[in-house]
Design a protein around this ligand. Structure first.
Ligand code: UDX
Length: 514
């Protein structure tokens, strides 16, 4: 963290105070200042009666705010020879907002974002006027190159709004805005900060954005293992915070509704037993399954409302609208019919419903291919024996089952032919210590990519691609036979979007915003 000397936290509340204290505690070389306009709150932080009661907080604040004086008596008989190993204070609480902002390398915005109570989005949208206020001061006083960190829980797009305010007030300087939401829970704040499940950092995916993210990452790496520091783009980060709280609340609501069933069933049905037994499933986990009369607190309801508002205001597109609102005269191909990959089971497969909906739009033809099952005969639908036939002359390909064969990459396409070439199989064996038939397609793909990036090419001699590809989709060939603009709607996120884009497809993956 060599070049980070001063950081400040704007807002000495529940998030700003404890977070600043723990960052200061673990980074004694960084000067941390927490500022707030509320003098009473600041003087409480400067006393031994902190405005927030959390286990261990006073201890951490004392060490960082007041410094420590370790006395070590060196040799017996030399009791007067004392080595002082002092820790200098590096945590300050102050009302001098402008001064703190103007010297900081990193500025954390930790102000309140309550739900709006009036006007547009009342009862749902986050009120970000405090963030706007803080941003205006930052715009006026921050030194060029300072990194602005949005720590308050906000709606998606707030980082961009902060950026716009800064650009308006300081057009000559460019600032990087990071999203770094806090996940601490009240009552366990210090414990959560000391041992976080993850630190989330969202940044612009540009060189300066990534550099800013790595600067902040270094501050946390003073005590958080690297594999717990997750870096993503700004929007994903802002959204993740809301989603985490919504999902936690959802679990509580689910178990609460089951508790009512226990009471109704009688005969000793016990929600404690149900929580215990359910929570043992590793996929579910034991936490947040404690039934009660309902959840409270300042976060869950606010964040759920915020998320619901966001969902309601988005106009979510479907296949039909991307094809100019009509499927008439067009061929649509469907890859996958089973309810999941690796099975021939088609019971309740969602594909049936999607295909029926598509058929209602009166396309010229719907052609289905599934490598592992025989699709049910449906009205106005053609079942194909290969992906080639299904994709031929279609306007859109819809991937509905996550078969690995649909992933389609050079490695995947090679697999079939590789098996037939003993020489090549031996090369692969030497390279990865595994015989080819035992290898997973994805594993082979990773190897091909790695070897390409290290500019070795142990598999290079396998080019050119063979023509007998079997079930493995060769997207390059699909591109040649499809109608422009070659839509691929990947309903299972199996294809490699950038690879397909390079081949000239327009690709939409589930949950991949642009
Ligand atoms: C929550 C999140 O846990 C935290 O990550 C986020 O940063 C802020 O929101 P908090 O509101 O402080 O933290 O408290 P939490 O411990 O999550 O409890 C919230 C509510 O859920 C409480 O009313 C609690 O009683 C209730 N709850 C929790 C249950 O009813 N059952 C459970 O199993 C867990």
């Amino acid at each position: 963290v060599g070049h980070v000397k001063n950081v400040c936290f704007v807002g000495a509340g529940f998030v700003g105070g404890p977070t600043a204290a723990v960052i200061a505690y673990h980074n004694p070389q960084i000067q941390v200042t927490v500022v707030d306009l509320n003098e009473e709150r600041i003087s409480a932080w400067n006393s031994s009666h902190l405005p927030i009661h959390e286990d261990g907080l006073l201890k951490v604040v004392r060490i960082a705010r007041d410094g420590t004086l370790d006395t070590i008596f060196s040799l017996p008989g030399f009791a007067d020879c004392i080595h002082l190993k002092a820790r200098q204070p590096n945590l300050m609480f102050s009302t001098a907002v402008v001064e703190a902002i103007s010297i900081s390398d990193i500025i954390f915005i930790c102000v309140n974002t309550p739900t709006k109570t009036q006007g547009l989005g009342s009862g749902a949208m986050a009120d970000i006027s405090a963030i706007e206020g803080a941003t205006r001061s930052i715009a006026k006083h921050a030194r060029p190159g300072a990194i602005i960190v949005e720590k308050s829980t906000v709606s998606c797009g707030t980082a961009r709004m902060i950026q716009e305010i800064l650009e308006y007030h300081r057009p000559e300087t460019s600032f990087e805005i990071l999203s770094n939401p806090e996940f601490l829970a009240e009552g366990t704040a210090v414990q959560d900060l000391m041992h976080p499940d993850r630190i989330l950092i969202g940044s612009a995916q540009t060189t300066p954005g990534l550099r800013a993210a790595s600067t902040l990452q270094e501050v946390y790496a003073a005590w958080v293992p690297r594999d717990r520091i997750v870096t993503v783009n700004t929007f994903s980060s802002e959204l993740s915070k809301l989603v985490a709280n919504a999902m936690l609340a959802q679990r509580i609501s689910s178990i609460n509704s089951i508790s009512a069933i226990c009471e109704g069933v009688g005969h000793g049905a016990d929600i404690g037993d149900v929580s215990l037994a359910t929570g043992k499933d590793k996929r579910l986990g034991a936490k947040f399954l404690q039934a009660g009369v309902g959840f409270g607190g300042s976060c869950f309801e606010k964040d759920i409302r915020n998320l619901a508002y966001l969902a309601a205001t988005l106009h979510l597109d479907v296949v039909v609208s991307d094809l100019n609102g009509s499927l008439r005269g067009k061929k649509i191909s469907v890859l996958g019919f089973a309810f999941k990959d690796g099975t021939n089971d088609t019971r309740n497969s969602i594909a049936v419903h999607i295909i029926k909906d598509l058929a209602n739009e009166m396309p010229r033809e719907i052609a289905i291919f599934d490598p592992g099952c025989s699709p049910t005969q449906l009205d106005r639908v053609k079942i194909c024996g290969s992906w080639r036939g299904a994709a031929q002359a279609s306007s859109a390909v819809c991937v509905l089952t996550p078969w690995k064969q649909f992933r389609g990459c050079r490695a995947a396409v090679l697999v079939k032919s590789l098996n037939k070439e003993p020489d090549v199989s031996a090369t692969v064996f030497k390279f990865v210590g595994k015989d080819l038939p035992e290898m997973d397609i994805l594993e082979l793909e990773t190897i091909v990519r790695r070897s390409a990036s290290e500019s070795e090419d142990p598999l290079g001699r396998l080019k050119p691609l063979p023509s007998h590809l079997g079930d493995v989709v060769d997207w390059a060939e699909v591109a040649e036979t499809m109608q422009e603009p070659r839509w691929v709607f990947d309903g299972r996120n199996v294809v490699d979007i950038s690879e397909l884009q390079t081949l000239g497809f327009r690709v939409k993956g589930i949950g991949k915003g642009f």
